[in-house]
Ligand binder design. Structure first.
Ligand SMILES: C=C(O[C@@H]1C=C(C(=O)O)C=C[C@H]1O)C(=O)O
Length: 273
């Protein structure tokens, strides 16, 4: 992906092209969540200081924090920027805007508990690497708000400039919000989560007895004689299992991803002047 992809012939940022990136990132995010959902919550990996790291005796973060730290170190040491597109716009986009602490707390408090069944399945490393992938995808999506805001500004500087000067965040929010785009997104997202989250059923699986009805969201079967299958997030109309809860994915975007993207858009505009 090169930065030039976002530019029109007149060198202005193309809102349409940027929106296409956000559409593609929906897939990345849904697949990352599905990957994480195969493991249990493994709460211990989020507890500060629960794991000692011999090479970092002073480190007192969680197991996940350690993974994040190491990942960031690798990125920081790379000779080339990891996100060339972001780097390209750094003269326009102040790097000060960083909402990753919000992204992380939203993920830990609001997503994980409805994504994974409680418990510990010992897959600590696998869970933490999936967490890092989810966080990176969410963070990238949300920080694209900088480009989106720049594109909107370039398309209509006369409207944006006075509001920025007056620091009128309410009016800015109204101006940059596009409800139609949001509604379409949420419908598309539900559909994608439905399709991508379908468990592939082999022909031989079709002859297995019908799944035992589940008791709760995660469908821990109470019937002791039932084959111990993975938890089920409500079945599809043809009885196949779902790997991810549709309402959860939609709620994630509606309550967190979109509002945080818009926060980045506003923060960016306020800093732009
Ligand atoms: C990102 C945009 O800005 C706002 C935020 C949206 C989002 O986070 O998906 C969608 C529409 C707008 O209300 C956009 O206009 O595309």
């Amino acid at each position: 992906m090169t930065a030039m992809n976002f530019l029109e012939k007149d060198q202005k940022l193309s809102l349409d092209k940027l929106r296409n990136v956000l559409v593609r990132l929906e897939d990345t995010i849904i697949f990352a969540l599905i990957e994480r959902a195969q493991f249990k919550q493994n709460e211990i990996i989020y507890v500060q200081g629960a794991f000692p790291f011999d090479n970092e005796p002073d480190f007192n973060g969680s197991f996940l924090d350690y993974f994040l730290l190491e990942t960031e170190r690798i990125h920081g040491n790379l000779p080339a920027p990891v996100l060339p597109a972001l780097d390209f716009a750094s003269h326009l986009i102040p790097n000060k805007i960083n909402v990753n602490h919000h992204v992380k707390s939203m993920y830990l408090l609001n997503i994980l508990p409805s994504l994974c069944a409680p418990g510990d399945d010992s897959n600590h490393g696998s869970s933490a690497t999936r967490d890092v992938e989810c966080l990176q995808a969410l963070s990238k999506r949300i920080h694209y708000g900088k480009f989106i805001a720049e594109a909107k500004f370039q398309a209509d500087p006369e409207k944006y400039t006075p509001l920025i000067k007056a620091r009128d965040t309410t009016a800015l929010m109204a101006l940059l919000t596009n409800e139609l785009v949001e509604e379409r997104l949420l419908r598309r997202l539900r559909r994608k989560a439905e399709i991508y989250g379908q468990e592939y059923a082999d022909e031989s699986d079709a002859e297995e007895p019908a799944p035992v009805p589940s008791t709760g969201t995660y469908g821990a079967a109470t019937n002791g004689t039932a084959p111990s299958r993975k938890r089920r997030r409500s079945s599809t109309s043809d009885g196949t299992k779902r790997r991810i809860d549709l309402d959860m994915v939609v709620r994630l975007y509606k309550d967190f991803v979109i509002p945080l993207t818009k926060k980045v858009e506003i923060d960016y505009l306020l800093l732009r002047a």
